[in-house]
Design a protein around this ligand. Sequence first.
Ligand SMILES: [Zn+2]
Length: 581
Amino acid sequence: MRADRDQQPLSYAIRLPDEVQEDALRLLDTSRSVVNAALIKLWPKLDDFLQARTGPAWKHVVDLIDSPDPHGNRQWRCEAETAGRIMRGQAERKQVFALIQPMLSDGFMRPKTEQRAAGKNRKSIKEAIEALQKTLENDDTAFVTMQNVVEQACNHFLKQGTFPEKYEDMQAVPLLKVGMLTYAGDDGMAKGQSYRLSFDVQAGMASLFFRFPDEQGQWQWSKEPVTLTLPTCVVEHLKEGASMAPTLRELVKADGSRVAVLDVIVQVKKAPLADWKSVERVLGFDWGVHGLITAVVLSTNPAEPDKPVQLSRPLFVNTGGLDGHQARTRRQIDALQAARAKLAEDDPKRAAYAQEINQCWRLYEARNRELAHLAANLLLLFASVWECSLISGESLKTLKTTGRGKGVRGKWRNWRNNTTIRADIWHILRYKSHLLGMRFRSEKPRGTSHTCPRCGKEAHTYRSPRLEHRPDPVKWGRWLLCAHCGYSADRDYAASINIARLGIAFVMQMQATGKAKAFSVTEVASVKPVRYMPTGAVLLFPPQTLLGRLLQAGKIYVNGWKKSATIRSSYATPLLLRLCS
Ligand SMILES: [Zn+2]
């Protein structure tokens, strides 16, 4: 079942009822061990997955190996599909590795000195990646993968003292850590031999049968249908779109308890995109140096085409107290790992440490995922409230925090800014903006944080707006000050206006000529930036509150109280949000 171009799959996790949880988790454990045994057999054949091959991944796998533990042909196909998708992902990374391998050099690593342990030389890594990214044109995701693979190679160097020669030298067999079983290898919902699923759209219910092993390992079908209540949004989408093979998966909570959920996947029609002629409002955002994201809304100005108008005050998305929580969790992980390393190999206490370390990682990762969803949803909400038809985002291809970040808190902030969270936000924005009928563009960030949005001339950044910092521009300074027109503002705010200016220039070009053209920040019309109270407009994640509590408590405020809307986090907890107008 291949997706049409105007459709995209949306997936919703539905918790299975209590009475089948045990059976479903046992099925997931069994299939996980089969998938992992398959991955171990497939790993030496990774190169086989390098060749472009379309169609279901299970076909690829069953051509190469037989089931390590046969218990039904279609069950194996589903397991093979799961393993095959992992192998295809790894093959992609191996291809990226082949690209970067020739340039991996000792220059990437900073030698140990008396003051500092050995580490990565981020400056030379950045230069090398920038040279390579020219070959990647506008592919932001590929860039993140590349950066990620370089990091992995550097970590290998820190442990082994040499760079890996082969991808497999630094990548262990990628085993499934939590249970996951896609039913895409079976014969479909009505004829499936490992599951059957049917929807009653009128009643808003689904009925599921699935095959699982009992406690003695005997495979059998569920005797009664498992009834699932569908969320309203799923019912709405099911009325219009086709559904695809679901995935059964376990969610592991921070305390280690497990829940089996069924991901119901529906093909959803993308909302039609606004005609370029009718695009007026653009949301521009940039990845902050200090905060996570800064966003602002500009509008074209038909009366004076060279003077776009700023509509919104800035939206600062800061992570506030969460930084501290994440930093503490990282520190706890470091301490636990150090304590475990001191124990003898056969010390029984090792298992308890391992369990606690896993628990910390799960908490840490859950918070990161939640943060990405929250930030992306906030931007989409901000764009909807302001009726924007285009979101212009600073390209992912910038490494903002070069050379910064001392201590664990800085370590977390670096990681947050440079890797997965930004890529997650990007993915969520890209697919959700399509559902909302908004266009989404990636803007090249060159010069955006060192150009005055008011007069368009080059400007320096400083540690702060304070007079004693004035003589001393610093590249990563938080404050932008224009020597030509005297404009003075938070650096991230100025950069977000500049990104929005690039978006506006693109829109006007499309309207005038119908041809796409990317602009640089020095060649676009300047705006009269809106004044703002630096503290009043800051959106702060409340400090000293667990994110879970924050969502339960359900309140985030931005200044100004004229517009309000409801935002849902990935845990489907409504958040009241008021946006400044
Ligand atoms: Zn200026």
